[in-house]
Design a protein. Structure first.
Length: 182
């Protein structure tokens, strides 16, 4: 796996993000937009960036939703977006608290099985530390072996399965090591 970094979405990556969107639509994979925070619904990069900005703050986050931050996983060698991951600031929500969890992620189809998802979650756990989150829930479908491996590789501890929208979802918790300040 080549080195990646998590960065805030911006106009600089607009063409790449919209190409990513087209590729995800073409895959017809039910989990293809996991962690993409509204990208499927947005028709252009400006619309998506506006939506993401709205989602980051309590005073602008739509009622019934929770604040979140979305990151692009960018490969440093060629500046290509290889994935998208979000971080929900809390899961005090009926869906998030039961089966969706603190983060979702998607890796571009042609970049899968290269270790990017594992690294994206690891880097996002650093974002959790910065937010002083001590424990995060990450979930995956019962049959999503690849995602389960990513969660386990990042310290996920299986809690239980829940039935959500006709599908069995595995719930995992990851303890986030908070760095001592000062």
């Amino acid at each position: 796996m080549e080195e990646i970094k998590l960065i805030a979405p911006s106009m600089e990556y607009g063409d790449d993000v919209m190409q990513f969107r087209r590729e995800m639509i073409e895959t017809e994979d039910k989990d293809s937009f996991a962690g993409c925070n509204g990208l499927r619904k947005c028709q252009n990069i400006n619309e998506w960036l506006d939506y993401l900005a709205m989602m980051e703050h309590d005073d602008t986050c739509p009622k019934g939703m929770v604040t979140s931050t979305t990151y692009l996983a960018v490969r440093t060698s060629d500046n290509k977006v290889v994935g998208i991951i979000d971080l929900r600031h809390h899961i005090n929500h009926p869906v998030l608290g039961l089966w969706a969890g603190h983060m979702g992620y998607t890796v571009r189809r042609d970049e899968r099985n290269k270790g990017y998802a594992k690294e994206m979650v690891r880097l996002n756990l650093e974002n959790c530390r910065k937010r002083n989150m001590d424990r995060v829930m990450i979930t995956c479908s019962r049959d999503n072996i690849a995602s389960e491996k990513v969660i386990l590789a990042n310290g996920g501890v299986f809690e239980r399965e829940v039935l959500a929208e006709g599908e069995w979802i595995k719930r995992y918790w990851i303890e986030v090591e908070l760095k001592c300040k000062g």
